[in-house]
Design a protein around this ligand. Structure first.
Ligand code: HEC
Length: 150
């Protein structure tokens, strides 16, 4: 019995160590600073504080992003977040794309962003009511133009 438990443990340790060698892409692509979002200092600070770790090319990778399998989740989040909205490339989006994204942002500051998992590790990134208002004012979107259903 004891032997089986030890074997199981050994397998876990082996797998845990082995997965550490899987290579992940945790780079911050170089972008032309002129493409970075232009907004008031207030709005930019909120975005930097609460959104940039996933939605920009200036990700501050946390230590746990180096430990598999958590690292897989973190890199997946950053990859997919950058594909949706990348504030480092915002000024290269055309007006139609910006409008579509401003509507989504209007919605997401109330529904799901920043991701809850992230806020647990970064309590200071939680949006206050005032932060949400500032972001919403910046989007210049009318509530009636946005579907708040999930
Ligand atoms: C921990 C990483 C993380 C942070 C921080 C974060 N996001 Fe996201 N965001 C994501 C991921 C991952 C997706 C893609 C979700 C999906 O695939 O459904 C996403 C998607 C979005 C989308 C578009 C898609 C949708 O679901 O409507 C918007 C808009 C958005 N985020 C806005 C923000 C804003 C604004 C902030 C800051 C207040 C923020 N996010 C902070 C990870 C993050």
């Amino acid at each position: 019995m004891k032997n089986t438990a030890l074997k199981v443990l050994a397998v876990f340790v082996f797998v845990f160590l082995a997965i550490q060698f899987i290579k992940l892409d945790k780079t911050n692509p170089n972008t032309d600073k002129s493409k970075e979002i232009v907004a008031s200092a207030e709005v930019k600070n909120i975005l930097k504080n609460s959104c940039f770790d996933c939605h920009s090319n200036d990700t501050k990778w946390p230590w746990y992003a180096s430990i598999a399998p958590v690292s897989w989740v973190v890199t997946e989040h950053v990859d997919s977040a950058r594909k949706w909205v990348n504030f480092s490339e915002w000024e290269s989006y055309d007006e139609a794309k910006k409008l579509k994204l401003r509507k989504l942002i209007y919605r997401e500051v109330a529904l799901a962003m920043p991701l809850r998992m992230y806020v647990m590790a970064h309590p200071n990134a939680a949006l206050s009511q005032a932060d949400k208002e500032s972001i919403r004012n910046w989007t210049a979107v009318k509530a009636s133009d946005v579907s708040m259903r999930d």
